[in-house]
Design a protein around this ligand. Sequence first.
Ligand code: PEP
Ligand code: MG
Length: 596
Amino acid sequence: MDDARAEQKERIFNGISASPGIAFGEAFVMNVEDLAVSEEHIAPEQVDAETEKFLAALAQTEKELQKLVRSLEDEIGEEHGKILDSHRMILKDELFRSETIKMIKGKKVNAAYALSLVLDKVLTTFANIKDEYLKERAEDIRDVRRRVLRNLLGQRVEGITSLRKKAVVVARTLTPSDTAGLNKKYVLAFVTDAGGSTSHAAILARSQGIPAVVGLNDISKSVRPYDDLIVDGITGQVVVNPAPETVAMYREMQARYNELEKNLLTLRDYPGVTLDGHQIELSANIEIADEVEDVVSHGARGVGLFRTEYFFITRNTLPSEEEQYRYYSSVVKRVQPDPVIIRTLDVGGDKIARWVGDLREANPFMGWRGIRFTLARKDIFKTQLRAIYRAAAHGNVKIMFPMVSVLDEVRLAREICEEVKDDLKRQRYVIGERPEIGVMIETPSAVAIADLLAREVDFFSIGTNDLVQYALAVDRGNAKISYLYDTLHPSILRLLRDTVAAAHKNKIWVGICGEMPGNIYGALLLLGLGLDEFSAASYLIPTIKKIVRSVTYDETRSLVRKALAMGTAREVRELVDRFIHEKRPELREFHPEAAS
Ligand code: PEP
Ligand code: MG
């Protein structure tokens, strides 16, 4: 830290912890402000030169984008290059080119101003649109504008994909596709103004083991590029320009945390079994196929949730059957004989696929999501199912449908599975014959009809991320109301109890793939509620395993009985705190407060 910065006063921001770990680094502030461009009049004889300048800036930007695509492909995989497809399409758009040139010629203005006017006009039409897909496209247009302008004005671009040295990414918000494009090699941590702990950016950070804090309100406006930051993803605190004593304290905490993580990895090859012999399967959630190595290295038993939509939302065109087949097979082969639960496409909500087109919805989370989408787009659904059945020939695959709220959805989806299987057999493909078929329980309606659903499927996996948002009517990504988003709310515990009872009564197994087992409260209560499987980010598996192996099933059952009699989430939390304090003090190191 240089002298000038050392004099800056330390500032502390409190947000929502999104992914554990402690990181130190300089801030890389993403695209907070658009570049200011002033109007300059040019003489008629300068028009050609100005037009040339504009075309040269476009060519330069295209070159930069190509380079970025190549380095993204090399560094994090071929799929990630697709993230920039829409930038390149905007850049190549003929209208945008000809309109800007027309403006330079007609109004005799500088290229930067002409370009800004043209794109501002496009962006104003986006301004009042609430649709998430279009909002994201507007961001792409802004990003292209910044890139071209910086080339025109000779400045550097601050876009997430241009990050080329280790830094803490500071942003207003990160879309799921931004986050999928994060290069782990350079991103020490990320902090955002918006978001909740189960927003998809937070989920991806956890999957990739990147510390993250979200819901910080206006940190992107307060932090300047190259400020020194400490990100504490355990308690949700971010320290800007920390004093030397603070740095020393966090260094110690980081060392403790790393030591704990290292020790936990020694449990890698042990099962998730309680002191009194009750076994629970611990598997991992993944978003992209490359994460499968983390699944193996953290000792998870297969993949409990493969969020296939990330393969679809990071590109501009639909992946073909062959591409999907190769993609799914790579995961299936890597973990077999352990299972892979492949969830069919769950686009919608905040997971926006570019190729869907205009998806203007007033309430995207209550809209055309998950199975509702795939049943309406059977072409897409069947292609995905064909790829899944073919991948199932290579190992232990299970198929899962998201966002189910109606019994008919499951019946129809199963019929389509049969059709797909028959077609494949007729075409002489080798397929996995009988993958188990399950549904996610993530709407209150699915809980209410869980007994009926259980007769139609082989397993349930509870999606608490959505179940909590729908049951408590709290948008999972909205930082303003995140205080209401609580998995320990008695209503949630009751919904979980009822789901487990319906599953077991009908002799099917029930797991959870929401984020709830990722903290000590959730882990203890879910164990006592009788879940058969937990699936969580790979990085969280060793901690969860340690918790499971440190208690008896019996004592967690009795803890749950008491918890179910409580009136508020606060009381439930206090009850679990008391249990840890009195019965299992050795678990205190996994308590969120143990970090501070
Ligand atoms: C969930 O809702 O809990 C879940 C696992 O699905 P997603 O987070 O992908 O919506
Ligand atoms: Mg969900």
